[in-house]
Each structure stands twice: as C-alpha cells, then as structure tokens.
Design a binder for this molecule. Structure first.
Ligand SMILES: [Zn+2]
Ligand SMILES: [Zn+2]
Length: 114
C-alpha cells in the first residue's frame, strides 16, 4: 500500500514539474492566457506526455517581435505592432534563439551563426 502511494506521489510531482515548465515556457512565449492555462492543465494531467505535446504543438507556432515584444504567428513577415522585419531573423542552430541578420554569434549561447 505504501509503495502504491509513493508511486502516485512521484507521478504527481513529475506532473506538477511539467506543468510549471509549460507555464513558464508559455509565459516566456507571451502565449495568450487561455492557451497558456490550457497547456498547463494538459501537462498537469498528462505529465511528461503533456510536456512533449506542448513542445511539439507550441513550437514555432508563435514568435515574439524582438523590437517591441508583440507575439505573432511564426509565418508573420512583419511585426503587426511596430513593423519590424521578422524575415531578417534567424534561429540559432544550438539553442533556437532568434538572431538578427548580420549578427555573427548567438547572444544566448555564443554559437557562431552562418
Ligand atoms: Zn514589433
Ligand atoms: Zn544559441
């Protein structure tokens, strides 16, 4: 009985950690509140499966304008708020951080961009 209880406790802890990770990631992505809460709930219920689902579905769906911070769709070419040229951004191969055109090194992990 004690072993079963421990297993459930472990699953609960893992699920809560997954939910926190998703919530923090969604906040960082400036995801709308409704979607952020939905994904946090999914991770809380499904645990690691929910976290993986979030990463697969939420990845590259949205991007944040580096100039004004407005969240836009990944396919957006110009920021709807300030008109920043989002096409000029590239992703770091190592950490996925967006870099501006002309930037030689990733400002997050130092990887050379080419
Ligand atoms: Zn902008
Ligand atoms: Zn990087």
């Amino acid at each position: 009985m004690a072993i079963v209880g421990l297993e459930w406790l472990l699953i609960l802890v893992v699920n809560v950690v997954c939910a926190v990770l998703v919530y923090r990631s969604a906040t960082h992505r400036r995801m709308p509140d409704s979607r952020r809460m939905l994904w946090t709930l999914v991770a809380l219920v499904l645990g690691i499966v929910g976290l993986v689902l979030y990463l697969l579905v939420a990845r590259d769906r949205s991007r944040t304008c580096p100039n004004c911070g407005t969240a836009t769709e990944a396919s957006t070419k110009f920021c709807p708020n300030c008109g920043f040229d989002l096409k000029a951004l590239r992703l770091c191969m190592k950490c996925g951080r967006e870099a501006r055109l002309g930037q030689k090194f990733c400002d997050n992990c130092g990887t050379k961009l080419d």
